[in-house]
Design a protein around this ligand. Structure first.
Ligand code: M6R
Length: 608
């Protein structure tokens, strides 16, 4: 969590830092700050609340200088407050630091530094860093940062400025993302690419324990031994506009509407009716697959819900047993990983701490790891044995939408690929699935047209305190995602239940007026679901159904219906989820919630 930026160049640093922070607000937004370095020393401006508060402050008291660091925070250690905001400095304000991550041994370091006469003002773990750097500073900033970092345990991407060396900016990362932007006579650091895209498309993607020093002579990269290293420049091909709202009211709405394109992009070049599936970054062969006895699919949040769909689909098509788990649970439950295990981690950002821990532990235990991720150069993409990129483009809204549908597409691609290697499907069956997949983008466009019913439903129900989502099979998996979306952006409590499970307890909560959103797209389960719907209708529930075109009968049982285009049963989550996303979106808008930046959340959870 948190976003950091840094600027070294000829222009005023503060406005460039603020602009970069705007692009990183998805990583946290409970406070923000900048530190500007000039010949006169370091000046810091920081405050609690959204970035706009910092901007107002900087308007009243502008900070001048061409070198600086900035931070947007998602609080872990210490409540959101002015004093806990970053940058943090030592008492003399000769060293200032912005930090994304957690210093796990900060209490020990703090005690030790206190015994050496250092004083601390905040409750944060970060404050030990400038003090450690100050302690080790003996006339060489890079050496001091290296020494300090060698004492720190945990995760960090840090940017450092020091008044004793007003001609440089130093940064380093471990287990938190950090990129370097290479402009003309100006250089940047940032947690993510969109923060620098208005200025440059040439980027260095830093690896763990790599240091970068920005000076007027350019960018120097060092390894942890202090040796100079070379790196390839990564040229960003996507447009800065992709990270802008493009006329939509919110990023979330824009990203919901980008789903047809995201589906198409994720399929293009991989699935065609004329050739076999092409997965250039997955090198698993028929032989390797024979040696795999179990797949573990591990992820968090929305990505976990995509993995649940993946389990159904891989087991059905490729006949390989799949266990699916939440990363934060999996990593502490001693799973039986062996060299015959295949772990598939799913992560939009590729930086989620728990998911990365599973990836690393799995590799240590000899398992093969595939990463499904949306971010080129993310930790997951670099550390996994094989990668399948979802080409959703930058996802800015905290609530994941287009990343989820492209993760579903990735599941189908992998399932089909394995089925083809294992020959569990005939060629004509594979052909039919591919054909249906290639139609999905157009069907998603169709699905987006049914907004009126959803908007009306939202306007009638947004004041509810609780709701239920029901489904069976893949409709249950997608209901879990619908329920998460509703909770996170509209703050309405909801639960997703498997239709058949309701009568084992939760039905006790159904009373007159309870809102139930039932998804019925799995043809062989529709009758069973209708029975489950009748069970709640009998007890007074108001039911909205999401079902496939042609299932007119459902109108006799429920209060309102939204029809999605017919496709193969296994593919229907791609379409039904769009209606669920829109329901949440309209509910949140009715409640005047900030859909792009829901309270207490951050886009990228880089802490445990
Ligand atoms: O970047 P990741 O896919 O690893 O993130 C996982 C979750 O944090 C993420 O999906 C989260 O649940 C979203 N807020 C859901 O909308």
């Amino acid at each position: 969590m948190c976003g950091i930026v840094g600027y070294f160049g000829l222009r005023e640093a503060a406005p460039i830092l603020v602009e970069g922070l705007e692009k990183l607000e998805y990583r946290g937004y409970d406070s923000a700050g900048v530190a500007i370095l000039s010949e006169e020393g370091i000046e810091v401006s920081k405050c609690k609340g959204r970035l706009a508060n910092l901007e107002n402050r900087l308007m009243e008291n502008p900070l001048e200088g061409n070198i600086g660091i900035g931070h947007t925070r998602w609080a872990t250690h210490g409540e959101p407050s002015d004093v806990n905001s970053h940058p943090h400095s030592n008492a003399k304000v000769s060293v200032s630091v912005v930090h994304n991550g957690i210093i796990e041994n900060y209490l020990r370091l703090r005690e030790w530094l206190t015994s050496k006469g250092y004083e601390f003002l905040s409750e944060t773990d970060t404050e030990v860093i400038p003090n450690l750097i100050d302690y080790y500073y003996k006339g060489n900033l890079i050496e001091a940062v290296m020494k300090a970092v060698s004492k720190m345990e945990g995760s960090y991407a840090i940017g450092v400025v020091c008044s004793k060396e007003p001609d440089k900016l130093v940064a380093v990362r471990k287990d938190s993302p950090l990129i370097v932007g290479l402009g003309k006579d100006e250089y940047f650091i940032a947690s993510d690419i969109p923060a620098v895209l208005n200025h440059t498309r040439d980027i260095y993607l830093l690896e763990d324990k790599e240091f970068v020093v920005l000076t007027k002579d350019g960018v120097t990269l060092l390894n942890e031994m202090g040796e100079t290293i070379n790196k390839e420049v990564y040229h960003v091909t996507w447009n800065a506009d992709a990270a802008e709202k493009g006329g939509y009211e919110d990023f979330m709405l824009k990203e919901i509407h980008e789903q047809p394109k995201a589906i198409k992009d994720t399929l293009t070049s991989r699935i065609s009716l004329d050739h076999d599936i092409v997965l250039d970054k997955i090198t698993i062969t028929e032989e390797t697959l024979k040696n795999i006895d179990r797949i573990y699919m591990v992820a968090c949040g929305t990505a976990y819900h995509a993995a649940v769909v993946g389990k159904y689909v891989i087991e059905k098509l490729a006949k390989i047993p799949v266990e699916v788990d939440i990363a934060s649970e999996f990593r502490y439950r001693d799973p039986l990983i062996t060299e015959k295990s295949l772990i598939i981690v799913v992560s939009q950002s590729g930086e989620t701490a728990d998911t990365l821990a599973v990836l690393r532990d799995g590799k240590k235990k000899g398992a093969r790891v595939i990463a499904i991720t949306n971010v080129v150069g993310s930790s997951a993409s670099r550390e996994a044995d094989d990668v399948l990129y979802t080409w959703a483009g930058p996802e800015i809204a905290v609530a994941s939408t287009k990343a989820y549908v492209t993760q579903l597409i990735a599941m189908y691609i992998i399932a089909l690929h394995f089925a083809s290697l294992k020959k569990t499907l005939r060629q004509d069956e594979i052909y039919n699935i591919k054909k249906a997949m290639l139609e999905l983008s157009g069907l998603a466009e169709e699905t987006l047209k049914h907004k009126d019913v959803l908007q009306k439903f939202a306007s009638q129900t947004y004041m509810e305190k609780d709701m239920f989502f029901l489904g069976r099979g893949l409709d249950y998996a997608v209901s879990m995602e619908g329920s998460l979306k509703l909770k996170e952006i509209s703050y309405i409590h909801s639960e997703a239940y498997a239709g058949g499970e309701l009568k084992h307890g939760p039905i006790a909560l159904i009373e007159k007026g309870t809102v139930v959103i039932a998804t019925l797209t799995q043809k062989d389960l529709i009758d069973k679901m209708v029975s489950n719907i009748k069970e709640v209708v009998t007890r007074g529930a108001k039911v909205m159904a999401i079902t496939i075109e042609g299932n007119k009968d459902i109108e006799k049982t429920v209060d309102s219906v939204i029809y999605i285009p017919e496709t193969l049963d296994i593919l229907s989550p791609v379409l039904s989820v769009i209606s669920l996303q829109l329901i949440s979106y309209y509910m949140a808008k009715q409640k005047a919630c900030d859909v792009d930046k829901p309270r207490n959340l951050a886009k990228s959870v880089t802490v445990e």
